[in-house]
Design a binder for this molecule. Sequence first.
Ligand code: FAD
Length: 576
Amino acid sequence: RFSRTFRDNPSLGKMLIVFTVSGGGLVAYSEAKADGGIHAVNPSEVDVKKKRVVVLGTGWAGTSFLKNLSNSSYDVQVISPRNFFAFTPLLPSVTCGTVEPRSIVEPIRNIVRKKNVDVHYWEAECFNIDAANKKVYCRSHLGGDVNSKEEIIVDYDYLVISVGARSNTFNIPGVAENCHFLKEIEDAQKIRRTIVDCFERASLPNLSDEERKKILHFVVVGGGPTGVEFAAELHDYVTEDLVKLYPKAKEAVKITLLEATDHILNMFDKRITAFAEEKFQRDGINLKTGAMVVNISDKEITTKEVKNGGAVSTMPYGMVVWSTGIGTRPVIMDFMKHIGQGNRRVLATDEWLRVEGCDSIYALGDCATINQRKVMEDIWAIFRKADKDNSGTLTVKEFQEVLSDICERYPQVGLYLKSRQMKSLVDLLKDSSGDAVKESIEVNLEEFKLALSQVDSQMKNLPATAQVAAQQGSYLADCFNRMEKCENNPEGPLRFRGEGRHRFRPFRYKHLGQFAPLGGEQTAAQLPGDWVSIGRSSQWLWYSVYASKLVSWRTRALVISDWGRRFIFGRDSSGI
Ligand code: FAD
């Protein structure tokens, strides 16, 4: 608003705009130039007593961090273009009106309001991270000016990057222009409107059967949990609600699910995959696996078969939903180039979620991953160091000591080494008779290095899920809550004392299981210990888990009443 005033009145000349925060300190100020644009010119002066923590993003990771931060010695600034938290697991339900969009969002100001910590929220988007000078550059698009040049510069002592990811189009021609994505609340609302529009268009007079079929052909690209859940939800919406209102559409409507690999729900147990594929077949959902999308025009999708000599075929469509995975946000790509991670897909962190090669910057959620290769190199260095006489061997006793040290420092890898009972590792620890471990036996480190490289290739990155993001957020908040105490007492807890050790335990992910809703009140659940349950009972488990995980009592009450409304009255078909 200020900048526009100056732009319209150049005679006002050069003036300063000051952004203040409560507590009296200046955070950042920008200078209005006579040419109209506002250019950031100077760093800030801030309340020196409090450390400034800047959090980028109000998604799962950022919100979990904010909810769990309880130490009042920080001055926290939250920057995100979205002033609310969205419960993404229920987004597919929003696309078909099972749940209303408002029911799954909570204003971020509501979430941080009760805290004893100073938290300030700014609705803006970060476009540049200057790690060398500890500043982030942001732009606000409020007022609808997407070309706004108003910049906000924010200084930080600690930066928490949790900006998530964007939908990945793999640069396939036509995807960005012609597909719907399912990532944000607005995407789900747009899909809901488009579904109803398609049914209305197909009901207009003077349409041929062929045109009607084309309009009512809904294509979902991507057989992961989101694509599968959306296809299932759409099938329920059509069969339970829409065909009652559009009886002529019954014969023409078709749902196709395209997947490039041989099966859908690859990350789930094979029993779940098989059940889902059979159910979709029974429901009449056209499942096309091994089909890679190569082009999407405004009327047709072109696919190429992965096998069978790469046969190419086209199909007309009315609506396409693209759900094939996630890609890196531009601000993160630029940042990675600056810090020498340009060849990576996501930001690499260590096991304490600190961005590699940066000072006081943490990254969590979908925009980051723990660098397993680096962890392996560190572990190897620990083994080498334990080999004091440089003989290339360790006794089993020494070896086991190092291993328990690793389990403490690198729990993810340590547990893997222990629990998987890797054949090569076990072989190394056995004597020639094949069972009892003898302390005098020597372990050849070169052989062990080979075993480690196997772990490296077998240990997968943590999945890009809300579960990981939320656990990382609360882990980091816990570290921040104890940071001051640890700085005053740098020795740290006894177990973590010692050269090169960090004062906090590394992040350890606890997998609580995952769901795949398959429609018709049936859900597949894969719980810890590879316990699989499929059917109506899992659907009730799904209802209870998601109701309990909702961020507030308000959203919980709204979602439960939406579910009740759907049971009694069906889904709304107005598309608004
Ligand atoms: P997000 O939650 O995406 O948050 C990113 C935040 O950063 C947003 O607030 C965004 O506005 C903000 N931001 C973006 N750019 C900038 C910028 N330049 N500057 C500042 N802020 C910025 N996971 C599960 O575990 N279970 C499920 O059932 C499940 N279902 C899903 C269903 C759907 C439809 C989708 C899309 C995802 C689902 N996920 C699920 C995955 C889960 O939502 C993500 O893994 C999770 O959101 C990642 O959290 P995050 O905080 O890293 O990113």
